[in-house]
Write a new protein. Structure first.
Length: 395
């Protein structure tokens, strides 16, 4: 009976993880309130079925980090209410959401054992559905298929993101950031767990990665992709065979099948990585963000963020995060991520963080739900399996 209950508890947490990448779609198609109702229901069912075991995993480090970040967010909220008298709670829901959910589940189920069994599948799951969402969006853009086929369709929102698919997360740089990050963490899992992967599987995921980059037409995504190729090739020459051959085949297919679209894509990408484009962004960065928002910053503003009434452009990730939530929160998050890199001691995992930080210079991909939850999951996954026995209660 207890085994059956244990499986059910894990199932509710697994359901939450499987639904997480679809929450944007649910919000757009139905309502954001439905996400909240589903999560509350999953937690309540887990609590109802919960039965204390005779041992629990020691999660002090990850619990301390979660509690610390929640406290810093609360301090930011209090500071902005007291000083500015207004606050945009939607921003802080984004920052707090996964902390609260994971904190609750940490005390209800053995997440470590769960991740040992299912983390690799979960990475493959998100990679696959992210790719499918981008392909569907690309097909909608270049055919007569109705806009409603876009997963993130919402009436009046338009059918594309500047002639690029919305994908699963609504923004090309975010879509590519998530896919590049998970592709590398997948290699990390294969490397550390000695998972046997066929050549066919390697080729399929390499093609999925390439097509994601091509269809999304993101400058930072292209640069991040080439960073990965350079590092992978420098590490293992055999990867050239498994990656370059399918890449050449796909590029030739795209060239002969979508010649006009390829020329258009080339023009966009060459513009996005040109000196003129980068220079224009740097000028915009200084004149439209640094000067109006940060030149007269107080010390407390730097620590806890500026007035929410002042709208900060999201185009420069670190500035957006510091401006919204403050340097204290951002610093603790970065220290935690660097700590994960030290614990992992793995080329692929560290490269995944490097690429994510690189893309995060443009869009704040680090705070989006999928990378965000994975940082917490990897913190648990890397925890040594040490259990503390509960004291027996005398009858």
């Amino acid at each position: 009976m207890s085994k059956r209950l244990s499986i059910k508890r894990e199932t509710f947490f697994y359901t939450f993880l499987l639904l997480l990448p679809w929450m944007n779609v649910i919000s757009n198609r139905i309502s954001g309130s439905l996400n909240l109702i589903i999560i509350i229901l999953l937690i309540l069912l887990t609590i109802i079925l919960f039965k204390k075991k005779d041992k629990k995993l020691n999660n002090q480090n990850i619990t301390f980090y979660i509690v610390l970040q929640i406290i810093l967010i609360m301090l930011t909220i209090i500071y902005k209410i007291l000083l500015y008298g207004n606050i945009n709670f939607n921003v802080y829901i984004v920052f707090c959401f996964n902390y609260f959910i994971l904190f609750i589940f940490l005390h209800l189920i053995d997440i470590k054992s769960f991740l040992d069994k299912y983390l690799f599948f979960y990475i493959n799951y998100i990679l696959t559905i992210s790719f499918i969402a981008i392909v569907i969006g690309h097909i909608v853009l270049y055919t007569d298929i109705p806009d409603t086929w876009q997963l993130l369709y919402r009436a009046g929102m338009g059918h594309d993101y500047f002639n690029r698919p919305f994908g699963l997360f609504g923004q090309p740089s975010i879509n590519i950031g998530v896919v590049l990050f998970l592709y590398l963490t997948r290699l990390y899992m294969i490397d550390t767990q000695k998972i046997q992967i066929s050549k066919k599987n390697k080729i399929i995921y390499s093609i999925m990665l390439l097509l994601t980059v091509v269809f999304q037409k993101s400058g930072t995504g292209i640069l991040g992709y080439f960073i990965i190729l350079i590092f992978l090739f420098s590490r293992n020459k055999l990867l050239m065979f498994f990656i370059m051959i399918p890449l050449v085949m796909v590029v030739l297919f795209i060239y002969f099948t979508y010649q006009e679209e390829l020329i258009f894509t080339y023009k966009i990408l060459s513009h996005k990585i040109s000196i003129d484009y980068i220079s224009a962004n740097l000028i915009y960065f200084y004149q439209d963000i640094i000067e109006p928002y940060f030149m007269n910053l107080t010390f407390l503003d730097l620590l806890f963020g500026i007035d929410d009434a002042r709208n900060i452009a999201i185009d420069f990730g670190p500035i957006y995060v510091i401006g919204k939530i403050g340097l204290l929160y951002t610093s603790v998050m970065i220290i935690y991520i660097l700590h994960l890199m030290i614990k992992a001691k793995n080329f692929y995992f560290n490269l995944s963080i490097f690429v994510l930080f690189f893309i995060g210079l443009h869009y704040p991909v680090l705070i989006y739900p999928i990378p965000f939850i994975f940082f917490l999951l990897f913190g648990i996954y890397m925890t040594p399996t040490k259990y503390t026995k509960y004291k027996k209660v005398s009858q």
